[in-house]
Write a protein that binds this ligand. Structure first.
Ligand SMILES: Nc1nc2c(ncn2[C@@H]2O[C@H](COP(=O)(O)OP(=O)(O)OP(=O)(O)O)[C@@H](O)[C@H]2O)c(=O)[nH]1
Ligand SMILES: [Mg+2]
Length: 533
């Protein structure tokens, strides 16, 4: 099983923020001494950072799901929850972070370059922090915010100065083995090399790295052979070396057509060149040609024959034998000169360390839009703050819901809903996707002037003209007086009867001895109590 992985999908989830606490402080003689619920701790974030010890993304291939620690809840007596620890994951130098739809989010080059994949959620405020002169003892706290869930693609682009490219069995691995301490697998069948190999070459006082990538064939850009999959590893190389096999026995191949095929495939491979930091396209990189296997007599003749043609194209040509080590010394020094040249030229260009393309944070704003879906009309509110407030609200607590309504109104959501044409009872959706919350809107009118936005004569207040007329008022007064007279008459009948008994409690017919009624009794008037007679 291959132990080299250069492209993985990472599913990262930030830790949830801890919930705030609603608690009331108590001490001796002060049983209700004010709110003292602490704020919940922040959730940890999932962060990737360049670690020079790591050379492959294998670990993420085996376990792609990572979850940072959550914050703990706030507690009474003003105690805050503890924050969750960040989860720091090491990745190889040269890792590119992309979104799942292919947008480059960060290019991690250099020790310590880092990228926050999934930030943790905020902790919810405790009722101590929610207290204000107008809300002295809040009976609620805010919920912790869930951590963000993000999927990103990690791609490894090897960092080397020189890349060896060419057909399978051209002798690329043999060459890197001859000039450096790298010991890749070498054999006479195509596609011996399945993963990129790196070697360090020392030529005089200069030192540079060389990458050997799997061989390319005609149609690699359409996926033939190993395709262009490994070409991402040469995207960062400053010098390209065409290794050409002069001793091949295949009938339809010769050094010139081999070179053309590889160049065509390179042109076909656009890569991310140009997106991240405006690198030089592959077809415009410094390059040279190495004619290999000249220890074979026919190969040497062929090499001598094609050399003028290649030089006429402006290419630097070296005849070598990776087997007998002939011609290697001039080659390594010529490569050193090219690498040094490139380093000198790029020294004044400020290195593009980390290209971060964070989401635009528009913290202050929100948008209200009228939507229709399957005949259902609703108003959607999108915005960082309204969405977070909704996530932090405990909907089983009326006070918390009231607090949310106040916050939304203060932000100006109601005015915007009016402006968008919403009326009382309209369906309002805050957020999008599965976490969206749906409300039936009950406007809390501050001044009523918002209603004047409609066409003339459509003010809702004008339709409620149910003011009583004088006749209505007189009739109502008369009815009230009649009812009063009736009630008084009833009372008098009862008084004149002179007995205040409750028929349900005592039945005098059955128990004459106990005929005295419960209730007020001064004992002077015998059975029954007479009031006011
Ligand atoms: N005679 C001779 N044979 C060579 C020379 N260089 C490489 N070979 C042979 O060519 C064959 C292929 O060599 P590799 O180095 O594996 O070729 P490669 O370009 O890495 O091939 P892939 O990894 O398949 O792309 C091996 O059998 C080598 O022994 C050379 O200079 N002279
Ligand atoms: Mg090889």
């Amino acid at each position: 099983m291959a132990t080299f992985v250069d492209r993985v999908v990472l599913h990262a989830t930030g830790g949830d923020g801890g919930n705030g606490c609603a608690s009331i402080h108590r001490e001796k003689f002060k049983p209700l001494a004010g709110p003292d619920g602490g704020t919940g701790g922040r959730g940890g974030s999932v962060i990737i950072v360049v670690d020079p010890q790591i050379t492959t993304l294998l670990e993420f291939h085996h376990s792609p799901h990572w979850h940072a620690q959550s914050g703990t809840q706030g507690m009474g007596n003003y105690r805050q929850g503890s924050s969750g620890d960040d989860l720091v994951l090491g990745v190889p130098d040269g890792t590119v972070v992309k979104s799942t739809d292919g947008v480059v989010l960060a290019d991690l080059v250099g020790l310590g370059a880092r990228y926050v994949v999934a930030p943790g959620g905020h902790g919810g405020l405790g009722n101590f922090s929610l207290a204000s002169p107008r809300r002295i003892a809040p009976g609620f706290a805010l919920l912790g915010e869930p951590g963000e869930e993000n999927d990103v693609v990690l791609e490894l682009k090897t960092i080397a100065d020189v890349a060896l490219i060419g057909f399978p069995s051209a002798g690329k691995s043999s060459l890197i083995a001859a000039i450096s301490a790298a010991r890749p697998k070498i054999a006479d069948y195509p596609f011996t090399t399945l993963i990129p190999n790196l070697g360090v070459v020392q030529a005089g006082s200069s030192r540079y790295t060389v990458a050997d990538v799997p061989g390319l064939i005609l149609g690699a850009s359409e996926g033939k052979g190993l395709g262009l999959e490994f070409l991402r590893h040469i995207e960062r190389c400053s010098v390209l070396v065409h290794v050409i096999d002069c001793a091949t026995l295949e009938p339809d191949r010769d050094p010139l057509s081999d070179l053309d095929v590889i160049e065509a495939e390179l042109a076909q491979y656009g890569g991310d060149v140009g997106i991240d930091g405006g690198r030089v396209p592959l077809t415009e990189r410094l390059r040279m040609v190495v004619l290999n296997k000249i220890d074979v007599p026919e190969a040497r003749d062929l090499a001598d024959m094609v050399r003028p043609e290649l030089e006429a194209r402006g290419l630097q040509v070296f005849e070598i034998s990776a087997a007998s080590h002939e011609g290697l010394r001039p080659l390594t020094f010529a490569l050193a000169a090219l690498v040094e040249k490139h380093r000198r030229e790029s020294a004044d260009i400020v290195p593009t360390r980390t290209v971060l393309r964070p989401k635009a944070v528009d913290d202050a704003g929100f948008t209200v839009s009228r939507r229709e879906e399957a005949g259902r009309e609703y108003f959607q509110i999108l915005g960082t703050r309204p969405e977070r407030w909704v996530r932090q609200t405990q909907f089983s607590n009326d006070e918390a819901v009231g607090y949310l309504a106040d916050r939304l109104a203060r932000l100006g959501v109601e005015e915007s809903l009016f402006a968008a044409g919403a009326v009382a009872g309209a369906e309002v959706v805050i957020g999008s996707g599965p976490s969206a919350v749906v409300f039936d809107w009950e406007p809390t009118l501050l001044t009523g002037s918002e209603l004047l936005g409609g066409p003339r004569g459509t003010d809702l207040r004008l339709e409620q003209h149910a003011r009583p007329t004088r006749l209505d008022k007189r009739k109502e007064y008369k009815d009230r007086m009649d009812a009063k007279t009736e009630a008084r008459a009833e009372l008098w009948t009862e008084r004149e009867a002179g007995v205040w008994t409750d028929d349900d409690l005592v039945d005098p017919a059955q128990d004459p001895g106990e005929a005295e009624a419960p209730g007020w009794s001064d004992g002077s008037t015998g059975a029954g109590t007479t009031i006011g007679s």
